[in-house]
Ligand binder design. Structure first.
Ligand code: AKG
Ligand code: FE2
Length: 481
């Protein structure tokens, strides 16, 4: 061995020792490491909220999922995984798009974290996490995802490593990375969005701030996980595992709800694997709904296309980052969800932003806008009809009242009243005529502008005036990540 080679080995060994010592120091700082009374109390209260009967700890394990799911080991799950792997290095964006994104095919990508500031592995151990984020507060959910508790990561890590070993449905840390908490930016700097799923692939980023913020840090012990679902707003997702192992089962879009779901209490991931998984393995399960099983290893990234059902069970302590994105290839579905779920004053700037950033979608946006304009007209007509109905009811009421008064009041008063009423009605009629003229004018103008807009004219201004009624649509340019 040459001298320089020998020196290199010594240096590498010293560096390794130093790293090990650093980790050891952090670990030494950890004990006495107990969950705080406050966090412990919060968990108890949350448990009781889901299972009111579970006053004693043992009742929280009455389903015995810890034993019933013990057969789902890393090894047995790996055997059931027949999914091909795609190497991040060497697979271009174009190739990934044509093989997976366009045809909507799920897959597993390896090597995504190689150029991350904190790649998968040691940087995500308990000791490292405690060192960087131990004091930070994060959101923790029960298996029904209905009760959120916030607690410091050090308390949650105690629960995940020490306190959840018997729980049927352990709590899952699900922190949305909005940027509101100071530490979010640090974490965002530690990973990179894989190039296949960048901003040019995410319609949610058409406006700033994004229409939907959908990126999370997830940490969970064995049996925690995500129950059967497909992702909201017709979005797709990527999910990179930084430590531990996850068992995924996917079903194609269109698989009927009733075979995937059962009215089982607390049907989180653990309940699903205990009750439904055995069914999907039977011969009687419809062939066209055949499950795809994946064992996600540390460092692997799963791509879940829109509409695909998925259920995810953590087999050991896992840490992952995941993000949803609204793929331009699903524009119409996404737009329908956005229209149904967001106020109009958010929908319109978003459509403007989409059309600007994805010129190829201009015609598609135009179709959606036409639909919105039609809908607005129909709404206006309905409103007018309602108003007219209201007016005639008022008139009838007034007439009835007048009849009663006739008997009591003198003739002169009556005449005076009638005169006054006639005058008022005349005035109202005149006003109505003016309004109608104005409306007809507006309608014609709107129609003309819409025609012009379709022909590529100043559609931005038209939308502002007629749909949104805002003076300023705001900045719709793409923001950088
Ligand atoms: O638990 C997981 O890792 C999957 C998360 C997931 O499917 C989701 O956030 O939609
Ligand atoms: Fe999901």
């Amino acid at each position: 061995m040459s001298l320089s080679r020998c020196l290199c080995n010594v240096l590498a060994y010293q560096m390794k020792r130093r790293r090990e010592e650093a980790v050891q120091e952090v670990e030494d700082e950890v004990p006495p490491w107990e969950i705080s009374d406050k966090a412990s109390e919060r968990l108890k209260v949350a448990k009781r909220a889901i299972r009111p009967s579970a006053v004693k700890a043992k009742e929280w394990s009455e389903q015995n999922y810890a034993q019933r799911l013990a057969k789902h080991t890393v090894e047995s799950s790996r055997k059931r995984d027949s999914m091909e792997r795609v190497a991040y290095e060497g697979t271009s964006n174009k190739r990934f798009e044509s093989r997976f994104l366009k045809p909507s095919i799920p897959t597993v990508i390896t090597g995504v974290t190689a150029d991350w500031d904190v790649p998968y592995g040691e940087g995500w151990s308990e000791a490292s996490l405690l060192e960087r984020y131990g004091e930070d507060r994060m959101e923790v959910y029960d298996s029904t995802a209905s009760n959120a508790l916030d607690m410091q990561l050090k308390d949650y890590l105690w629960y995940a490593t020490e306190g959840s070993s018997k729980d049927d449905n352990p709590f899952y840390l699900f922190e949305k990375l909005t940027g509101e908490a100071g530490w979010h930016d640090q974490l965002r700097g530690e990973y990179k969005v894989p190039s296949y799923f960048g901003l040019d692939r995410d319609l949610f980023s058409a406006t700033q701030p994004e229409l939907v913020i959908a990126r999370w840090l997830l940490i969970g012990p064995p049996r925690s996980g995500s129950g059967i679902h497909f992702d909201p707003n017709a979005s797709s997702a990527w999910n990179t595992l930084l430590r531990g192992h996850k068992k995924w089962v996917l079903f194609p879009p269109g698989t009927p709800d009733d075979i995937l779901k059962q009215p089982v209490l607390e049907l989180g991931a653990a309940g699903w694997f205990a009750e439904v998984y055995p069914e999907c393995r039977k011969k009687s399960w419809p062939k066209e709904c055949a499950p795809i099983e994946i064992l996600q290893e540390p460092g692997e990234t799963i791509f879940v296309p829109a509409g695909w059902w998925h259920v995810v069970l953590n087999l050991d302590l896992t840490v992952c980052v995941t993000q949803n994105f609204a793929d331009p290839i699903n524009f119409f579905d996404v737009a329908e969800h956005v229209r149904g779920g967001f106020p109009r004053e958010e929908v319109t700037p978003w459509l403007l932003g989409v059309s600007k950033a994805w010129p190829g979608l201009k015609d598609a946006v135009s179709d959606v806008v036409a639909d919105i304009l039609n809908e607005s007209e129909e709404e206006e007509e309905e409103e007018e009809e309602d108003m007219e109905e209201g007016e005639s009811e008022e008139e009838e009421e007034m007439e009835e009242g007048e009849e009663e008064e006739e008997e009591e009041e003198e003739q002169e008063d009556e005449e005076e009243q009638e005169e006054e009423q006639e005058e008022e009605e005349e005035e109202e009629e005149e006003e109505d005529e003016d309004d109608e003229e104005e409306e007809n004018g507006e309608e014609a103008l709107l129609e003309a502008k819409f025609q012009a807009w379709q022909a590529g004219a100043d559609w931005n201004g038209i939308l502002q005036e007629h749909i949104l009624g805002l003076d300023n649509v705001g900045d719709t340019t793409l923001g950088g990540e």
